[in-house]
Design a protein around this ligand. Structure first.
Ligand code: ADP
Ligand code: ZN
Length: 199
Protein backbone atom coordinates (compact mmCIF):
# COMPACT_ATOMS: atom_id res chain seq x y z
CA UNK A 1 0.00 0.00 0.00
CA UNK A 2 2.85 2.38 0.78
CA UNK A 3 4.79 1.78 -2.41
CA UNK A 4 2.62 2.02 -5.51
CA UNK A 5 4.38 1.21 -8.76
CA UNK A 6 4.56 3.87 -11.44
CA UNK A 7 2.25 6.86 -11.30
CA UNK A 8 -0.97 5.13 -10.37
CA UNK A 9 -3.07 6.95 -7.82
CA UNK A 10 -5.72 5.53 -5.56
CA UNK A 11 -8.13 6.24 -2.71
CA UNK A 12 -7.87 4.87 0.83
CA UNK A 13 -10.71 5.47 3.29
CA UNK A 14 -10.38 5.17 7.07
CA UNK A 15 -13.83 5.34 8.68
CA UNK A 16 -15.53 4.57 11.97
CA UNK A 17 -17.05 6.37 14.98
CA UNK A 18 -15.46 9.11 17.07
CA UNK A 19 -12.56 7.98 19.28
CA UNK A 20 -11.87 4.95 17.06
CA UNK A 21 -8.40 6.08 15.97
CA UNK A 22 -9.15 7.47 12.49
CA UNK A 23 -6.89 10.49 12.96
CA UNK A 24 -4.16 8.33 14.51
CA UNK A 25 -4.28 5.98 11.53
CA UNK A 26 -4.30 8.87 9.04
CA UNK A 27 -1.31 10.46 10.80
CA UNK A 28 0.52 7.10 10.86
CA UNK A 29 0.09 6.62 7.11
CA UNK A 30 1.08 10.19 6.32
CA UNK A 31 4.21 9.96 8.50
CA UNK A 32 5.25 6.79 6.70
CA UNK A 33 4.77 8.53 3.34
CA UNK A 34 7.00 11.37 4.60
CA UNK A 35 9.64 8.84 5.69
CA UNK A 36 9.48 7.48 2.14
CA UNK A 37 10.26 11.07 1.00
CA UNK A 38 6.92 11.57 -0.69
CA UNK A 39 5.52 15.07 -1.03
CA UNK A 40 2.54 15.21 1.35
CA UNK A 41 -0.28 17.75 1.82
CA UNK A 42 -2.91 17.45 4.54
CA UNK A 43 -6.33 19.13 4.64
CA UNK A 44 -9.09 19.45 7.21
CA UNK A 45 -12.41 21.36 7.16
CA UNK A 46 -12.70 24.79 8.72
CA UNK A 47 -15.57 23.56 10.91
CA UNK A 48 -13.28 21.51 13.11
CA UNK A 49 -10.95 23.81 15.06
CA UNK A 50 -11.38 21.98 18.39
CA UNK A 51 -7.66 21.64 19.04
CA UNK A 52 -5.78 23.59 16.43
CA UNK A 53 -6.31 25.47 13.17
CA UNK A 54 -3.15 24.35 11.44
CA UNK A 55 -2.78 20.78 12.64
CA UNK A 56 -4.71 17.54 12.78
CA UNK A 57 -4.66 16.45 16.43
CA UNK A 58 -5.81 13.00 17.54
CA UNK A 59 -7.50 12.29 20.86
CA UNK A 60 -4.19 10.76 21.91
CA UNK A 61 -2.45 14.10 21.15
CA UNK A 62 -0.60 12.98 18.04
CA UNK A 63 -0.48 15.74 15.45
CA UNK A 64 0.55 16.63 11.91
CA UNK A 65 0.46 20.04 10.17
CA UNK A 66 -2.59 20.59 7.96
CA UNK A 67 -4.30 23.28 5.89
CA UNK A 68 -7.84 24.37 6.66
CA UNK A 69 -10.35 24.40 3.77
CA UNK A 70 -13.98 25.49 3.57
CA UNK A 71 -14.96 22.50 1.43
CA UNK A 72 -13.54 19.90 -0.91
CA UNK A 73 -13.23 22.24 -3.90
CA UNK A 74 -10.67 24.36 -2.07
CA UNK A 75 -8.34 21.35 -1.95
CA UNK A 76 -7.88 21.62 -5.73
CA UNK A 77 -7.10 25.34 -5.43
CA UNK A 78 -4.54 24.87 -2.66
CA UNK A 79 -2.93 21.76 -4.09
CA UNK A 80 0.69 21.87 -5.16
CA UNK A 81 0.58 19.57 -8.18
CA UNK A 82 3.98 18.10 -7.23
CA UNK A 83 2.26 16.62 -4.15
CA UNK A 84 2.12 12.82 -4.27
CA UNK A 85 0.14 11.95 -1.14
CA UNK A 86 -2.95 13.85 0.06
CA UNK A 87 -4.46 13.37 3.53
CA UNK A 88 -7.99 14.56 4.31
CA UNK A 89 -9.40 14.40 7.87
CA UNK A 90 -13.05 14.85 8.99
CA UNK A 91 -14.18 14.17 5.43
CA UNK A 92 -17.81 13.99 6.57
CA UNK A 93 -17.68 17.80 6.97
CA UNK A 94 -16.27 18.41 3.47
CA UNK A 95 -19.49 18.33 1.45
CA UNK A 96 -20.72 16.10 -1.40
CA UNK A 97 -18.20 17.48 -3.93
CA UNK A 98 -15.41 15.61 -2.15
CA UNK A 99 -16.11 12.32 -3.94
CA UNK A 100 -15.47 13.75 -7.41
CA UNK A 101 -12.42 15.63 -6.16
CA UNK A 102 -10.89 12.49 -4.64
CA UNK A 103 -11.54 10.65 -7.91
CA UNK A 104 -9.87 13.42 -9.92
CA UNK A 105 -6.87 13.40 -7.61
CA UNK A 106 -6.52 9.61 -7.76
CA UNK A 107 -6.98 9.64 -11.56
CA UNK A 108 -4.12 12.11 -11.83
CA UNK A 109 -1.78 9.79 -9.94
CA UNK A 110 -2.18 10.96 -6.35
CA UNK A 111 -2.50 8.69 -3.33
CA UNK A 112 -5.52 10.06 -1.46
CA UNK A 113 -6.07 9.03 2.17
CA UNK A 114 -9.44 10.10 3.56
CA UNK A 115 -10.63 9.76 7.16
CA UNK A 116 -14.14 10.47 8.43
CA UNK A 117 -17.23 9.39 10.36
CA UNK A 118 -19.20 6.73 8.49
CA UNK A 119 -22.39 7.23 10.54
CA UNK A 120 -24.04 10.25 12.17
CA UNK A 121 -25.58 10.70 15.65
CA UNK A 122 -28.70 8.81 14.47
CA UNK A 123 -26.64 5.90 13.16
CA UNK A 124 -27.35 6.83 9.53
CA UNK A 125 -24.69 6.67 6.80
CA UNK A 126 -22.91 10.03 6.82
CA UNK A 127 -22.42 11.56 3.33
CA UNK A 128 -20.11 11.60 1.47
CA UNK A 129 -18.32 8.67 3.18
CA UNK A 130 -20.59 5.91 1.75
CA UNK A 131 -19.89 7.08 -1.83
CA UNK A 132 -16.19 7.34 -1.08
CA UNK A 133 -16.23 3.75 0.19
CA UNK A 134 -17.71 2.68 -3.13
CA UNK A 135 -14.96 4.48 -5.06
CA UNK A 136 -12.00 3.51 -2.85
CA UNK A 137 -9.32 0.89 -3.53
CA UNK A 138 -8.75 0.39 0.19
CA UNK A 139 -11.13 0.60 3.15
CA UNK A 140 -10.30 0.42 6.85
CA UNK A 141 -13.04 0.46 9.47
CA UNK A 142 -11.77 1.46 12.88
CA UNK A 143 -13.72 0.60 16.03
CA UNK A 144 -13.62 2.34 19.40
CA UNK A 145 -14.36 0.89 22.83
CA UNK A 146 -17.97 1.14 24.03
CA UNK A 147 -18.10 3.48 27.01
CA UNK A 148 -21.02 1.50 28.45
CA UNK A 149 -19.93 -2.12 28.19
CA UNK A 150 -16.38 -2.29 26.80
CA UNK A 151 -17.28 -4.10 23.59
CA UNK A 152 -16.03 -2.93 20.18
CA UNK A 153 -17.97 0.23 19.28
CA UNK A 154 -19.09 1.35 15.82
CA UNK A 155 -21.49 4.14 16.85
CA UNK A 156 -21.06 7.76 17.90
CA UNK A 157 -23.44 8.45 20.79
CA UNK A 158 -24.62 12.06 21.20
CA UNK A 159 -25.01 12.96 24.87
CA UNK A 160 -27.05 16.18 24.43
CA UNK A 161 -30.37 17.09 22.80
CA UNK A 162 -30.13 18.51 19.28
CA UNK A 163 -31.65 17.68 15.93
CA UNK A 164 -28.77 19.35 14.03
CA UNK A 165 -26.76 16.94 11.93
CA UNK A 166 -23.48 18.71 12.63
CA UNK A 167 -22.62 19.87 16.13
CA UNK A 168 -18.87 19.84 16.61
CA UNK A 169 -17.95 18.53 20.04
CA UNK A 170 -15.73 16.18 21.90
CA UNK A 171 -15.64 13.89 24.95
CA UNK A 172 -18.51 14.91 27.22
CA UNK A 173 -20.73 15.68 24.19
CA UNK A 174 -20.14 12.42 22.36
CA UNK A 175 -19.00 8.94 23.30
CA UNK A 176 -18.37 5.67 21.51
CA UNK A 177 -21.01 2.95 21.89
CA UNK A 178 -21.49 -0.57 20.56
CA UNK A 179 -24.54 -1.66 18.57
CA UNK A 180 -26.34 -2.87 21.69
CA UNK A 181 -25.72 0.21 23.85
CA UNK A 182 -26.28 2.86 21.12
CA UNK A 183 -29.39 5.03 21.44
CA UNK A 184 -30.19 6.87 18.18
CA UNK A 185 -30.31 10.60 18.83
CA UNK A 186 -29.58 11.63 22.38
CA UNK A 187 -28.84 9.19 25.18
CA UNK A 188 -31.87 9.00 27.47
CA UNK A 189 -29.98 7.59 30.43
CA UNK A 190 -27.77 10.35 31.69
CA UNK A 191 -26.49 8.48 34.73
CA UNK A 192 -25.57 4.94 35.56
CA UNK A 193 -27.94 3.68 38.30
CA UNK A 194 -25.15 3.65 40.87
CA UNK A 195 -24.28 7.27 40.03
CA UNK A 196 -27.85 8.57 40.36
CA UNK A 197 -28.24 11.04 43.21
CA UNK A 198 -29.92 9.34 46.23
CA UNK A 199 -33.17 10.95 47.44
P1 ADP B 1 -10.91 9.56 15.89
O1 ADP B 1 -10.11 10.33 14.85
O2 ADP B 1 -11.52 8.30 15.33
O3 ADP B 1 -11.91 10.41 16.63
P2 ADP B 1 -8.43 9.63 17.38
O4 ADP B 1 -7.39 9.06 16.46
O5 ADP B 1 -8.50 11.13 17.46
O6 ADP B 1 -9.87 9.04 16.99
O7 ADP B 1 -8.23 9.11 18.87
C1 ADP B 1 -8.07 7.74 19.19
C2 ADP B 1 -7.63 7.69 20.65
O8 ADP B 1 -8.68 8.12 21.48
C3 ADP B 1 -7.29 6.30 21.17
O9 ADP B 1 -5.98 5.89 20.87
C4 ADP B 1 -7.47 6.50 22.69
O10 ADP B 1 -6.28 7.04 23.24
C5 ADP B 1 -8.52 7.59 22.78
N1 ADP B 1 -9.87 7.15 23.21
C6 ADP B 1 -10.72 7.89 23.97
N2 ADP B 1 -11.90 7.26 24.15
C7 ADP B 1 -11.82 6.08 23.48
C8 ADP B 1 -12.74 5.00 23.26
N3 ADP B 1 -13.98 4.98 23.77
N4 ADP B 1 -12.30 3.95 22.52
C9 ADP B 1 -11.05 3.94 22.02
N5 ADP B 1 -10.16 4.94 22.17
C10 ADP B 1 -10.52 6.01 22.89
ZN1 ZN C 1 -21.84 -1.48 24.62
Amino acid sequence: MDFLAGNMGWIEVVCGPMFSGKSEELIRRLRRAMIARKRVQVFKPVIDDRYSKDEIVSHSSQSIPSTVVNDGSEILKLLDWRTQVIGIDEANFMGPGLVEICNQLADSGKRVIVAGLDTDYMGRPFPPIPDLLAMAESITKTLAICMRCGNPAKQTQRLFESADLIVVGDAGMYEARCRACFEAGCSKQEYFPFARPQK
